[in-house]
Design a binder for this molecule. Sequence first.
Ligand code: NAP
Length: 254
Amino acid sequence: MRRLPTALVLGGTTEATALIEALAPRIGRDLDVVVSFAGRTTRPTAPAGTVRIGGFGGVDGLAEYLSSTPVDVAVDALHPFAAVMPCNAAEACRAVGVDLLRLQRPSWSTTDGDDWAPVADMSEASAEVALRSPQRVLLTIGRQELDPFRPIVGPTFLVRSIEPPDLDGAWAAVSILDRGPFHLEGERDLLARESVDLLVTKNSGGTATAAKLTAARELGVPVVMVERPPKPPVLTVSSVDEATAWIDERVQES
Ligand code: NAP
């Protein structure tokens, strides 16, 4: 039986899920799809395709996987803040000659009335917070990268995350457990009710968590915007249609 071309999708994002949904009707007909998750969340699911979970073992492990599966095309549909895997994917794909596409949502950008301080990472973000001496800071950066903010004395930190954060230590911090999508009315209400005078966020892009930026603009709350980590240059698209067209082209050639 003829082997179908195989696409590897490096997932863990809504874009990856949308891509798999678009490819689903073709799976087993003219394409096989493997969806790879890091395994950070319990029981990750994909709408179709073969799911594999866990790291590959660095560049060499991924190169070995690409050759032995074998994989014909790969799509980096990782989160914009995934810093290591995009580099591993670019290097391994180059090493074994697998075409790689990045599917990534565009960054947020400023509009009239925004007051953003762009910073490169969490350490710069914490320095910016300390410099501004705010009273009430809303941290919407998840729960894994709180350490740079713990030594800051003065403000109260409102830490919004999906899973409970570790707020141990001497710092003044309060947990807000919530999961997007977030809507404008709720975000306005949160900023006003909690007297937030500084917002810290990652530039994730997308619509699910963008309402806080509109609310901040309306209420005159400044934003410390942590920009995305640098990535190796790879052909990048922002829509599922572009990604499926790219896969079609590659698959027809193979
Ligand atoms: P990372 O720093 O780029 O990757 C760390 C290691 O995790 C990689 O070296 C790789 O291990 C493994 N890995 C990452 N993504 C993988 C995947 N899709 N399949 C198999 N192994 C993977 O990534 P991260 O920031 O820890 O993110 C992990 C996952 O969560 C990614 O799938 C990402 O899309 C998703 N995510 C991240 C964020 C964020 O803010 N960083 C937010 C939402 C979702 P090996 O070297 O052993 O192969």
